[in-house]
Design a protein around this ligand. Sequence first.
Ligand SMILES: Cc1ncc(COP(=O)(O)O)c(C=O)c1O
Length: 372
Amino acid sequence: MRPAYLEVNLQAIFDNVRHIKAVLGQQVGIIAVVKSNAYGHGAVEVSKVVLQAGADMLAVALLEEALQLREAGISAPILVLGPVPRDAVEVAAQNAIIVTLNSAAEAEAFSKIGLQLGTKVTVHLKIDTGMCRHGVRVEEVEQLCRVLRGLDGLQLAGAFTHFASALTDPRFTLEQLARFKQAVRTAENVLGCRIPLVHAANSPALVRYPEAWLDAVRPGILIYGLPRNPRGSYMPTMTQALTLKAKVALVKHVQPGDRIGYDGTFVVRRPTTIALLPLGYADGYPRALSNRGEVLLRGRRVPVVGRVAMDWTTVDVTDLGDVQVGEEAILMGRQGEEFISVAEVAERSGTIVQEVVSRLSPRLPRVYIPHL
Ligand SMILES: Cc1ncc(COP(=O)(O)O)c(C=O)c1O
């Protein structure tokens, strides 16, 4: 196997979901967000574990992601959060995949497809309460529901919205929640029935706003144990499931005046020992960590020196003694007493944890620690 890989602790994911479930209680469902290859962790493996831990439904961004789960034999309900092209709705319906409804025009088109197939296309209505992205605007909900009443090829199984700033703007988040609840009431009045599954909360809303739990929550990062910044955890008991490992490929001694890597951005000032790690930005290790990142070796932090290249990263191991080829370095995760969180990597590279994990390349093998 390649000497650079991602270790994914499925027990941690199982425990994280169990913990969320314990906090929510029996009445609130969990729609586990496993889009983008389960935030880089591996969609099929993660989906199986979150379902075993008690998640009720899976959510993905794309129809293709949903089909991958069906092909792997996963039969749980799956919701596609993003718009599904009309020519793909037939495939979605044939695979019992729930699609998101964003407009009255989509409703009419989807219903026609349902009737042609002799079935109903199952949809969740997306209501845009302030994100200004997907979904029908609040003021259009009433009219859309009037259209829905005349359509026989659709089944409205749920309604949802998405918060724009659940972590940073309480006033706007609660305003979005109020708009959503009002829009759902309007829809239910026009339809003359209750919408079975109403959901809104992403991870930060789940933790901060119990009033936003509604029928179900939609956590992503929380499941993977990823707090948003290195100092704070959403829930203290969550565990980071992912460890990025690489084995030292080469050890080299360089002299004062030497310059390391592309553009010679690191100038050597003392006799220095460099360890070469066999992964780079093509694997998802951010190039922004050039001369900024830290890596664990022998349980200690060592600095990234020079530019992170496409396939290689160099670290200064002078202070560790005679490091050997084959020794294990940790780029994200724990080694001994030291821990480099994904949140730290995100902060040092000027981005968010979601971007770091979702860009971990498919060419990095995933090694799974099973859950018991
Ligand atoms: C519609 C929707 N719901 C839920 C989530 C999960 O968000 P988080 O990872 O912050 O929990 C996402 C992720 O971006 C999303 O797009």
